[in-house]
Design a protein around this ligand. Structure first.
Ligand code: URA
Length: 188
């Protein structure tokens, strides 16, 4: 039995079904549930699917995703070793940030995924992931590089890879943050 606590990933996906719980269903092509190792020690959480993710039904497959893959490889891991999810599972129109009611509707499913996977570390990619998972209004620029906690799991906020594409200077602090993550994973 693959169940540690609560629902399995398959059960969570089944409960989501052909979701019409919020308005984001109107513009989506695919629900982007999450991908990766169900027993991952490391989980990445982003904001919401973009155009490529909506088309393919998989998180972080566009340009930002390719950069995330590079970050994962620099950490001496493979994309298949980690688990990747988002705060919202459907693409917001024009890639706007999800609105508070849309987050409130969708985030319980991510929380159930986290409860099943029980990673040692969650990396929040960007302010939407950080602020909504940790229910804080702290800024990502002030909080990145510091450890937080969600349900007993260590959380490291860092910049979103899409931000890195526009601001290559921010790659250095992200790499510093990922080195802190690697250090914790070594002892996990
Ligand atoms: N940006 C995100 O936050 N998530 C994705 O899945 C893709 C781009």
């Amino acid at each position: 039995m693959d169940q540690k606590h609560g629902r399995t990933l398959e059960e969570i996906r089944a409960e989501i079904g052909d979701c019409k719980r919020c308005r984001l269903c109107e513009g989506r092509t695919n629900i982007v549930f999450g991908v990766g190792n169900p027993h991952a020690k490391l989980m990445f959480v982003g904001e919401a699917p973009g155009r490529d993710e909506d088309k393919q039904g998989e998180p972080f497959v566009g340009r930002a995703g390719q950069l995330l893959n590079k970050i994962i490889e620099a950490m001496k891991m493979k994309r298949e070793d980690v688990y990747i999810g988002n705060i919202n599972k459907c693409r917001p129109p024009e890639n706007r940030p999800p609105q508070p009611d849309e987050v409130a509707t969708c985030i319980p499913f991510l929380q159930q995924q986290i409860a099943f996977i029980k990673p040692k570390v969650i990396v929040c990619l960007g302010s939407t992931a950080f602020q909504h998972l940790l229910k804080t209004e702290n800024k990502i620029s002030h909080s990145r590089g510091q450890w937080f906690e969600f349900e007993g799991i260590k959380v490291m906020p860092t910049y979103h890879p899409a931000f890195l594409l526009r601001n290559p200077d921010a790659k250095k602090p992200v790499w510093e943050d990922m080195q802190k993550v690697m250090k914790v994973l070594k002892t996990a």
